[in-house]
Design a protein around this ligand. Structure first.
Ligand SMILES: Cc1cc2nc3c(=O)[nH]c(=O)nc-3n(C[C@H](O)[C@H](O)[C@H](O)COP(=O)(O)OP(=O)(O)OC[C@H]3O[C@@H](n4cnc5c(N)ncnc54)[C@H](O)[C@@H]3O)c2cc1C
Length: 467
């Protein structure tokens, strides 16, 4: 089949409204040669390409993307631009207090830098820095932020605002929110507008982009060659920025598990948002393990998502990771539960995408193969919009062979846990997910969850999305 005859995958509302008249980039054909070949045209691949061009404008960089840039998670996500403060305890465990704080600060700077990148380059990605409301929607969730917020108050006063419960409910527009804190620096974007804008700037700066170009194989030893069904590229360094699809790379297959995150969006209803009082632009999450995340849009919709409902067996990332109506109905139920007063507002869009969950929720970045020139950056675990800027800096330094603060930071080549092989991973994840759902449903209803569910839910990192 020719490229024109292949139906595009189901797209997000964001991508649907961001795809302008621009032509898709060409398919790779024949043989060529670059300095750095990047596989994957999402935020990670494109930030890496842009950073390389900033450091070494003459470097020849190619991005190879199986779909179109932004066809993956970067054009499908919730658009929450968050710091790594919620991951501070995991960062300390992995790297110690100093490095953890350095990485948190880098992730905070990343939020601001997305805003200034958009300003400088005329990208209207709806960047809105109105903060993140980290809330509790059941008694069991209350104070789940306490460790992080207390630490931030010592190390970086003013990061979080403790709001009284009435203020949380008022800002969120629903009394389903019983308590919460606001991380002031967090922002939202229209995610696909951002990734498509990055694509445009990358092209302007001389990055060669190939779309509808699936990399079938690549070598690990010199000479490094990236091969597709219609061509090949020789490179001095390769960067794998393939998010969940990295599970198909044998060296990386145990480092991540693939789960879905599912989003529904309502029809525009700015008047109704004004009625309920959610007009401040804050993005919101509850504190469930299978987190609900929601935000408003410029045209007055609610986009409401939930992570972790869909589990993928091994590397079988199929169409149910683009759209799944059954899961969308469950997400809609969650939306209606938190905003019952909007029950009459129709849901007009639903979509989903793949999450590359690592064992500890932190990214997994490093180098594989004897050439020491094949680098990868995966494991964003549902928190990659802001952190991918940091990932791009690290991967660019690795690809250029620079010895600097980024290539030597703790995230690079760290020892990480491994998920069990299939079928144990899939079966185990099913059992744990069921337990988490049972536990969290009981808590939402004010019931005491069964001890078995509580015990099994403790194994949850093996499959659930982080904030
Ligand atoms: C529904 C959803 C909601 C989310 N919400 C948030 C949020 O609100 N905030 C947040 O911080 N994070 C969120 N995330 C996570 C965030 O979107 C990701 O962490 C981030 O986009 C990762 O960027 P990436 O470039 O690694 O991945 P992607 O954007 O997925 O890019 C990887 C690309 O690689 C391509 N590819 C794969 N295999 C090949 C191959 N063999 N050859 C060529 N190309 C290949 C894919 O087509 C894809 O375009 C969400 C994710 C999803 C799915």
């Amino acid at each position: 089949m020719s490229r024109d005859e292949i139906a595009p995958p189901h797209r997000s509302l964001w991508l649907e409204s961001s795809l302008r008249d621009e032509l898709d980039a060409p398919v790779l054909a024949g043989r060529s040669c670059v300095d750095v070949a990047i596989v994957g045209g999402g935020y990670v691949g494109l930030w890496t390409a842009l950073r390389i061009k900033e450091l070494e404008p003459d470097c020849r960089v190619a991005v190879l993307e199986r779909d179109i840039c932004g066809g993956g998670a970067s054009g499908r996500n919730g658009g929450f631009v968050l710091s790594w403060w919620p991951k501070y305890p995991s960062l300390v465990k992995a790297f110690g207090a100093d490095e953890a704080l350095g990485l948190v600060r880098a992730s905070e700077d990343a939020i601001d830098s997305i805003g200034s990148f958009c300003d400088r380059n005329g990208i209207d990605a709806h960047f809105t820095q109105a903060g993140w409301l980290w809330t509790a929607t059941s008694a069991a969730q209350e104070n789940s932020w306490e460790t992080v917020v207390a630490k931030a108050e010592t190390l970086s006063p003013g990061t979080f605002a403790r709001l009284d419960p009435g203020e949380v409910a008022k800002r969120a527009g629903s009394s389903a929110h019983r308590a919460g804190v606001l991380e002031r620096r967090a922002a939202t974007v229209q995610p696909a507008a951002l990734v498509r804008g990055m694509r445009r700037i990358a092209l302007d700066r001389g990055v060669r982009i190939f779309e509808h170009t699936k990399v079938e194989r690549f070598s690990r030893a010199h000479p490094l060659i990236v091969e597709t069904s219609s061509g090949s590229i020789a490179a001095s360094a390769i960067v794998l920025a393939t998010n969940a699809w990295a599970i198909g790379v044998p060296e990386l297959s145990r480092a991540i598990a693939v789960i879905s995150s599912d989003i529904v969006a309502t029809a525009p209803m700015p008047d109704r948002l004004a009625e309920i009082g959610w007009t401040g632009g804050e993005c919101i999450t509850d504190s469930k393990m299978m987190v609900c995340y929601y935000r408003t849009t410029r045209d007055g919709r609610i986009a409401f998502g939930k992570g972790g409902w869909g589990l993928v067996y091994g590397d079988r990332i199929g169409p149910s990771l683009d759209r799944d109506r059954e899961r969308a109905a469950l997400v809609t139920r969650e939306l209606r539960r938190y905003y019952p007063m909007l029950a009459d507002v129709p849901v007009t869009h639903d979509w989903c995408g793949a999450i590359d969950r690592s064992t500890d929720g932190l990214p997994v970045i490093g180098t594989i193969g004897p050439s020491a020139a094949v680098h990868f950056g995966i494991g964003w675990s549902g928190n990659g919009v802001g952190p991918s800027v940091v990932g791009g800096k690290i991967l660019a330094s690795l690809a250029l062979g620079r010895k600097d603060e980024w290539s030597s930071c703790g995230l690079v080549n760290r020892r990480t846990g491994a998920f069990p092989p299939e079928p144990i991973r899939y079966l185990g994840a099913h059992v744990v997910r069921k337990a988490v759902l049972a536990k969290e449903e009981a808590e939402m209803d004010g019931r005491v969850p069964s001890p078995v569910a509580v015990r099994l839910a403790r194994l949850a990192p093996a499959g659930l999305e982080d904030k």
